[in-house]
Design a protein around this ligand. Structure first.
Ligand SMILES: [Zn+2]
Length: 263
């Protein structure tokens, strides 16, 4: 089964040129047409609250985001899996805390809010929670060599955290953006997988990372709804790698990270 390990809802209002899906309905139609059986979705407040991703979400926004996810899952239970979104405001105790969210049957991982950075001490309880529940932690990660953004998590930050937490499974989103850089930074950290989501379909990126790290470390993700499922899937299906490697990337690797029995 093909699983998209990195999808979002709703669409990021500020993504220039983003695919203009009005609802998740066309996504489900695309998924069925393309053979994508499950989509692991995270609802992040900056996708709907009009703020920049550099601003940490408030507890109220995270509660609202979780409500949106629950509605989406209730509507498409056969397709939608999800991430418990951890924000700096909700890592502690309380009814809306991430510790409660991970108990939901459709939750297959924990997604960190994009701010603060992954190496901020505020996330330490989340890593403990992930280890305890054997859930992977999906982390936005982006190396912009020419135009770094202050406060954005880069592969070096995730590598430092993963080294301190060898029992936590991390997914580095977007192949770290500059994959030629990122794959070297995380090479010896086998508790970091890399997802393919969310960049233009540049020829050679998937082949390069598979050649350097092996197919076992790579996971298919789309970054829907800011990208379309077809071109993101094509980066893997059209890559010049073996069919067995494609099978690992398109589903088997991710399913090996998430708790058994979720599908
Ligand atoms: Zn994303």
């Amino acid at each position: 089964m093909i699983v998209d390990a990195h999808a979002h809802f709703p669409r990021h209002m500020a993504t220039p040129g983003a695919v203009r899906y009005g609802s998740f309905e066309p996504i489900i139609a695309d998924a069925e047409r393309l053979g994508v059986g499950r989509l692991a979705v995270s609802v992040l407040p900056f996708l709907f609250n009009g703020k920049r991703w550099t601003e940490p979400a408030t507890a109220g926004e995270l509660r609202q985001a979780w409500g949106i996810f629950l509605e989406l899952h209730a509507r498409y239970p056969a397709h939608v899996l999800g991430y418990a979104v951890a924000g700096a405001a909700t890592v502690g105790a309380g009814p809306s805390c991430v510790g409660r969210m991970v108990e939901h049957e459709a939750v297959v991982g924990i997604k960190l809010d994009l701010a603060p950075r992954v190496d901020d001490p505020v996330w330490e309880p989340v890593f403990a929670l992930a280890a305890e529940n054997e859930l992977p932690v999906l982390v936005h990660c982006s190396k912009r060599l020419l135009d770094p953004v202050a406060g954005e998590t880069e592969p070096e930050h995730l590598a430092e955290v993963a080294r301190r937490h060898p029992h936590v499974k991390f997914i580095m989103a977007h192949l770290g953006l500059d994959w030629l850089w990122a794959r070297r930074v995380v090479a010896d950290l086998t508790n970091i997988h890399l997802d393919t989501s969310g960049m233009l379909a540049m020829a050679g990126s998937v082949e390069d990372v598979v050649g350097f790290l092996g197919a076992d470390r790579v996971i298919f993700g789309s970054d829907l709804m800011g990208r379309s499922l077809g071109d993101q899937l094509g980066r893997v299906t059209g890559a010049r790698i073996g069919d067995d490697d494609k099978g690992k990337i398109l589903g088997r690797n991710f399913l090996s990270l998430v708790p058994g029995g979720v599908l």
